[in-house]
Design a protein around this ligand. Structure first.
Ligand SMILES: Nc1nc2c(c(=O)[nH]1)N[C@H]1C(S)=C(S)[C@@H](COP(=O)(O)O)O[C@H]1N2
Ligand SMILES: [Mo]
Length: 313
């Protein structure tokens, strides 16, 4: 995150310059078969029943890029490290503890999470490093999980925590530790309850690969990618703004809110435009304009009414 790394990905897709968000229905028809083949019948079954959908009128980023150009510092700092170094990581069995200011704290097994009402959602993802992708996730609204534990009236924030497993995560055991562990993140409760915020368990109709945050990761498409915490083991409702890893590491560079905002530059680079992975031209003419709230302003701007968005980096 501290520096640019030009992607090694060749230009392969040209997508229209215009970008707008719309909603329409579509069926994740092919997804079921692919998942069954991948040996995950629970997810396959769930996706067959996939309901109303969110999508984007832009070409999908090729699956190969989505699953090989990653940020997941627990496996190393290079974009290829998460794929190369996550072979030993075991995403099953898995549990997620949901606790704090809730009426019914509970430890959820992965099977139970896969039995949530799964949907396929195609979202833009904008990394704070100024590259972006269009990714078809499979997951369920975070609000659906929160409902199950019945947040109390004084709960104002949701805190998230990634697993710590130095024996399976080389970035947590090497001589140089790029970040303090566990990786933690947080949302305001109303952000967490927004229908666009999901917990993803799959991508491209398949179980989430280790490098993308298996078995369960957060996706909040109007915020910079670092808010999308991976391999979550704990979700805690609190009355205080929770710590967030990048915000703690460099508060002048990474905010708590981290809403995508082309008008607020990173102290070391412009956020006005971005490189869509797969379109080529990291520094060149193919850069796309970055959209306020990553194109989701119509849906989420109301969450920030009265806040100074220029200070809300
Ligand atoms: N636990 C953890 N979660 C993480 C990260 C990380 O290093 N560790 N990187 C973040 C960043 S900076 C981005 S851009 C996205 C990348 O998600 P992707 O690799 O699936 O595209 O994951 C986010 N979640
Ligand atoms: Mo990122």
């Amino acid at each position: 995150m501290s520096f640019y790394r030009p992607p090694r990905i060749a230009a392969s897709e040209i997508t229209p310059e215009h970008c707008f968000f719309n909603r329409r229905s579509f069926l994740a028809a092919a997804a079921g078969g692919a998942l069954a083949a991948a040996g995950t019948p629970a997810l396959a079954e769930a996706l067959k029943a996939s309901k109303s959908q969110y999508t984007v009128d832009e070409a999908l980023t090729p699956e190969k890029d989505v699953t090989s150009y990653n940020n997941f510092y627990e496996f190393g700092m290079g974009k290829g490290d998460p794929l190369a170094n996550s072979e030993k990581f075991k995403p099953t069995p898995w549990t997620v503890k949901v606790d704090g200011l809730v009426g019914k704290p509970k430890e959820f097994g992965l099977e139970e999470l896969l039995a949530m009402p799964l949907e396929e959602r195609t979202y833009r993802m904008r990394c704070v490093e100024a590259w972006s992708m269009v990714i078809p996730w499979s997951g369920f609204p975070l609000a659906a999980l929160l409902d199950k534990v019945e947040p109390l009236g004084d709960a104002k924030y949701v805190a998230f925590e990634t697993v710590v497993r130095p024996e399976e995560m080389p970035g947590q055991s090497g001589y140089f530790q790029p970040l303090p562990w566990p990786y933690v993140e947080g949302l305001r409760l109303d952000e967490a309850r927004h229908p666009l915020a999901i917990l993803a368990v799959g991508v491209y109709g398949k179980t989430l690969p280790n490098q993308n945050g298996a078995p369960l990761r957060l996706v909040v498409p109007w915020k910079y990618g670092f808010k999308g915490i991976k391999s979550i083991v704990r979700i805690t409702l609190t009355d205080k703004q929770p710590p967030a890893t990048w915000n703690l590491s460099a508060p002048s560079e990474y905010g708590f809110y981290a809403n995508v905002n082309p008008e607020v530059d990173h102290p070391r680079w412009s956020q006005a435009s971005e490189n869509r992975i797969g379109e080529g031209g990291f520094f060149g003419a193919n850069r796309r304009p970055t959209l306020p709230f990553n194109g989701y302003g119509e849906e989420v701007a109301g969450l920030y009414a009265g806040m100074d968005l220029r200070a809300n980096y």
